[in-house]
Design a protein around this ligand. Structure first.
Ligand SMILES: Cc1cc2nc3c(=O)[nH]c(=O)nc-3n(C[C@H](O)[C@H](O)[C@H](O)COP(=O)(O)O)c2cc1C
Length: 191
């Protein structure tokens, strides 16, 4: 194995990829739009908070700022093409719902819909917006979760035999999990 290389040239620091990419959905007025977001993370259990980092030039940025709610949709790997398309086309130019024939899943609490193909959907109301460099972090309070019970065990852990998440490697390349490489350790109570 080659030795670790170190650099202070930081145009690309994404050597930690892959990331489980989500499609962020938002409806504002007549417009419903979905955008691919690799920079997404849970922030807190209590209250339940989930954040997405979105560049200010995105159409989605404008829509979330106005609508103040959004969904995060996690799609099986078989849908990588749709995920990618929603990450390479702007809703400012194209109605992605029509163009990509997206099936909408009505939300329980918020106005923005989810996607029918998702194995998990978070409904979020906008809690705060904070600027970090060239992106803004939209922090959402999770107000409802949709999930396919046949894809999760009783603890809510994804079953890798049943569904393969869409992981982004960068450079327009996707990968997924391999059920044969699962490592299960004895469960201990969470501290
Ligand atoms: C896999 C993937 C992940 C992406 N992740 C992000 C992200 O985390 N934040 C961001 O601002 N843009 C991200 N993008 C770019 C946007 O999804 C892309 O610019 C999209 O067309 C914006 O759509 P909109 O203009 O309709 O909002 C990503 C693109 C791809 C393909």
């Amino acid at each position: 194995m080659a030795e670790l290389h170190v650099t202070t040239k930081l145009e690309n620091f994404l050597y930690f990829y892959p990331k489980n990419v989500t499609l962020v959905g938002v409806r504002h007025g007549e417009r419903t739009n979905f955008m691919a977001v690799a920079w997404n993370t849970a922030l807190s259990f209590q209250p339940p908070l989930f954040a997405v980092a979105i560049a200010r030039k995105r159409f989605t940025h404008r829509l979330i700022s106005e609508a103040r709610n959004f969904t995060c949709n996690f799609l099986p790997y078989e849908n990588a093409d749709v995920v990618h398309s929603c990450g390479r086309v702007s809703g400012a130019e194209v109605d992605k719902v029509t163009r990509f024939d997206l099936g909408l899943e009505p939300s329980q609490v918020i106005a923005s819909p989810g996607l029918r193909e998702a194995y998990a959907i978070l409904e979020c109301t906008l809690e705060s917006t904070t600027t970090f460099g060239d992106h803004d972090l939209f922090v959402g309070r999770v107000v409802a979760v949709h999930y396919r019970p046949d894809f999760f065990d009783q603890n809510g852990t994804l079953l890798p035999d049943c569904v393969r998440p869409t992981l982004y490697l960068g450079a327009d390349t996707y990968v997924s999990t391999d059920a044969a490489s699962v490592v299960r350790r004895p469960r201990r109570p969470t501290l």
